[in-house]
Design a binder for this molecule. Sequence first.
Ligand SMILES: Nc1ncnc2c1ncn2[C@@H]1O[C@H](COP(=O)(O)OP(=O)(O)OP(=O)(O)O)[C@@H](O)[C@H]1O
Ligand SMILES: O=c1[nH]c(=O)c2[nH+]cn([C@@H]3O[C@H](COP(=O)(O)O)[C@@H](O)[C@H]3O)c2[nH]1
Ligand SMILES: NC(=O)CC[C@H](N)C(=O)O
Ligand SMILES: [Mg+2]
Length: 541
Amino acid sequence: MATNGEINGVPPPHTIFDTILVLDFGSQYTHLITRRLRELNVYSEMLPCTQKIADLAWKPKGVILSGGPYSVYAADAPHVDPAVFELDVPILGICYGLQELAWHFGKNVAAGEKREYGRTNVQVTRHNGHIDHLFDGLEDGLEVWMSHGDKLSKMPDDWVMIANTSSAPYAGIAHSSKPYYGIQFHPEVTHTPMGKHVIKNFAVGICKAQQNWTMGAFVDKEIERIRGLVGDKAQVIGAVSGGVDSTVAAKLMQKAIGDRFHAVMVDNGVLRLNEAVEVEQNLRKGLGINLTVIVASKLFLGRLEGVSDPEKKRKIIGNTFIDIFQDEAKRIAAAAENTERAGKIEWFLQGTLYPDVIESISFKGPSATIKTHHNVGGLPEKMDLKLIEPLRELFKDEVRALGTEMGIPDDLVWRHPFPGPGIAIRIIGEVTPDRVRIAQEADKIWISEIKEAGYYRAISQAYAAVLGVKAVAVVGDQRLHGEIIHLRAVQTTDFMTADAFEDFSLKWLKRVSGRIANEVSGVARVVYETTSKPPATIELE
Ligand SMILES: Nc1ncnc2c1ncn2[C@@H]1O[C@H](COP(=O)(O)OP(=O)(O)OP(=O)(O)O)[C@@H](O)[C@H]1O
Ligand SMILES: O=c1[nH]c(=O)c2[nH+]cn([C@@H]3O[C@H](COP(=O)(O)O)[C@@H](O)[C@H]3O)c2[nH]1
Ligand SMILES: NC(=O)CC[C@H](N)C(=O)O
Ligand SMILES: [Mg+2]
């Protein structure tokens, strides 16, 4: 079925902004192509390579075919719908994408003698006396990153070579009369320093896509879209943690439908120190969001008593959260029945981001199972609510830019992520009220010192945890058998891999450790973790 995702006559971004369609052949870098385009303020969406062009009810300004692990000549290799060549728009093939174009036009791709992997230099070549527009401004060549084993055995008819390397004659090819291009290198990775320039030449120079994708342009259109979707009466409910995603999504809802959006925050007793009070201040007073905070620390800590297994802790917290949220939703719904200006609660707000969407639609080959995403344990289905996901087209840095655009203060927009199960997975062993207090107080000192030293933004996530084994210390001539505080600070771009932050001096760490040991009662020692992920994970449990 052809659909452009239009709801109540309100069009989605790909019908408003010039859009470059990225077709994914399964490369681990495909999402980066989309990222680079967005950074150039060109809107881009990714779809799997199996996308039928007839099912696409919007027209892209250009199409990029990504890299991928297959060999185009293999029997089970994925191929683009040939209708893509009838769209009459420019096409750029990257790596597998180049090979796919060559295969379509000439079936002349074969296994190379050896893999070409790593950095190399590309020379830009002239044909008809000039270099190709794809390489405008790159006449002197460029350093690129390659990762392929197959190669073009011969140029297809009607194609010309536009770039080469010392070992590969076909680093760049172009159709002689149509705007079709192929490059064997990966312009989307940072190891190709001028790669973004090549992508810009294609998207802006060749496809003529407008560079008008900004959060300033997005915000008004999204507010209109939400209003169209929800209508004049329906109400929306959403779980809000005070984290970046839910806060930005909540602010957008507040701007669109005011108090018909109901934000619910649950104080589960394992939040950061004073977090619930601060979130309430920031969201309700600062941002005007219709927020209810439910204090349920006793219920959560009661159910966690005697539980040491991390997965059990997660389950208990998740289930308790759902119980509380459902009760609150019923209460809000009952109250809503008596108001004239508003209707039923029909929607559930979820802060799904574009990486979640990409993860669930990316091409993983014939045997792939598609992953599903639930931020809050399948609540909307259980409660028979429709899902509203205003951030589902955005990457995290776009969410931050959108937050700033809507006047959300920097310390909220740049806040480190905090896991749903909170401090419960930062205490090894049983979660007791005293251990929670120790973790919270130590974390407060750790984070405030990090902020004061100017490290907060350079660090992706930092926290203090309780190791749950005791050590001996001497405090005021008294023997203390106390807790060991574990400090963690990591740098990461995607939270899949991470490195321990290494810019702290030992002197600075010693001072902060001293503060924690002296100021937090019950602490005997303080350690800083240097393990990266993998093998470790970011959280302790
Ligand atoms: N204490 C809480 N009260 C209400 N909702 C919560 C709470 N903890 C988590 N949630 C819900 O779970 C979702 C997922 O949390 P997640 O940490 O992934 O996102 P976030 O908190 O919005 O942003 P960030 O990734 O910056 O922490 C939140 O968006 C929110 O809807
Ligand atoms: O909402 C959440 N519920 C969880 O159960 C959970 N476990 C880990 N995390 C967060 O995920 C990122 C990666 O963490 P790990 O390296 O520990 O797996 C980090 O940002 C973690 O904080 C969670 N977030
Ligand atoms: N990175 C890629 O797209 C590789 C394409 C193809 N599998 C090759 O090895 O040549
Ligand atoms: Mg969070």
